[in-house]
Ligand binder design. Sequence first.
Ligand code: SAM
Length: 481
Amino acid sequence: PGPVSAPHSLGILQLRRDHLIPAVLAPTDDTSYAEGKVENTRFGSFPHTTLLNQPWGSQILASVVDTGSRSSRSKKRKREAGDAGDETRGAKEEGSNGLVRAATASSGFAHLVPPTPETWTLCLPHRTQVVYTPDYSYVLQRLRVRPGDHLIEAGAGSGSFTHAAVRAVFNGYPSNPSSINGSGVSSRKNKRRTGGVYSYEYHAPRAEQLRTELQDHGLDNLVTVTHRDVYADGFNLPSPDAPCADAIFLDLPAPWLALKHLTRSPPTASALKSLSDTASGTPTTPTSSDAPLQTTPQPFRSPLNPHAAIRICTFSPCIEQVTKTVAALRSFGWLEISMVEIQHRRLEVRRERVGLQEEGLRGANPSAATVTEAVQRLRDVEDRAKVFHGLQKEKQEEVMRRAEAVEGEGKTGKKVDVPPSRMDRLERARRDAEKRELFKEGRLVHRTEPEIKTHTSYLVFAVLPREWKAEDEERAAKRWG
Ligand code: SAM
């Protein structure tokens, strides 16, 4: 997105760590709003004019407060906003669009962060369950998606995975999308392929909204969104060069039903039969009332890249679906089938205050630790003084004690307990000092953050080897001898 925010481009306002809102930035001369476009948030209001031409990561002060309705809901919001910044104080004047303009500067703020797949995933409008960052980063890595690859994605849903796929395939969002050729598809003869993301969605309004979002984000040249029931109609597109897929991600209720379209040659009758045995009892058509156009049956054409091994991943919430998918993958010749469950946990690591008398300090009254800590610090100082100034005295005493002990043993013939040596005492003092350090700094502890966003699903991976015909063998023999 360039070094600074620009008009007509997407910016993300970060209000808290996991609270982000998207905004396509309006130019200053936008006349569609009486007072210019404004993002009203619980932490104050942010006119787009204050968001333009800002280096990404800038802290933006709220300059307008949305107290338009003065409803109890807005009052409640302001109360909740206490931890991010106070609401604007000072005289206010009412604007023509119901906003109340603050006459003094506000102390509410947000950070303007650049649009990335990660930030978009945290703030996109949800139409469906989405694939979150911990899952899609693992999936794209396991699918070995790299710039120039063609990737099939179905269903597109809310477009969370789509955005991550675009970055993987195009190696960063292009600053000038028009530099990418029309559909994002290049000729097979062209050795350096332009990447491509091909997204299929059964639900017409979802497909339409994704198109609009991609346009708003300047990515519409890079993604081909197709409104289609992929169980029935597969993945082929009018151009013979598309999708020509290297990698496939299926986030569908019944991925096994789409697999018959992801073969290199027409599926055999036995494979189709085993699929229908596997699928018995599962609905074959989506239940949406918004039925997509049915296409007439076409002669078989593979949507896969004939010159590459194809990697696939399916994303299913329950193990029964995994079993069906694995059975279908086997029938259609996929190899290296494996299943993974992502159990992503973020660990919060911090220091926890502990006392020398640990249990006592962590009792019912936490403030007790503070008093005890102060007392302990005083003791520390005294102890150190003892350690450093008493060393000489201790040394002398120790010599005396040892001499007396040896003398006593000689006289009585009985073993006399020798008091701890100076080294023992120093060692004990060192251990005590360590304990005191621990007490001051706190013990290092960790705990998991339960609220991290990911949704538990099983990921099935497989590979379809590249086709190898007699002419491939001949060509290889000529080339390599
Ligand atoms: N991966 C998406 C994301 O990250 O935002 C979420 C996908 S959502 C869980 C599943 C989508 O599959 C839904 O939008 C649904 O309409 C779509 N779908 C279901 N059956 C389909 C079919 N036969 N063909 C195409 N899309 C289908």
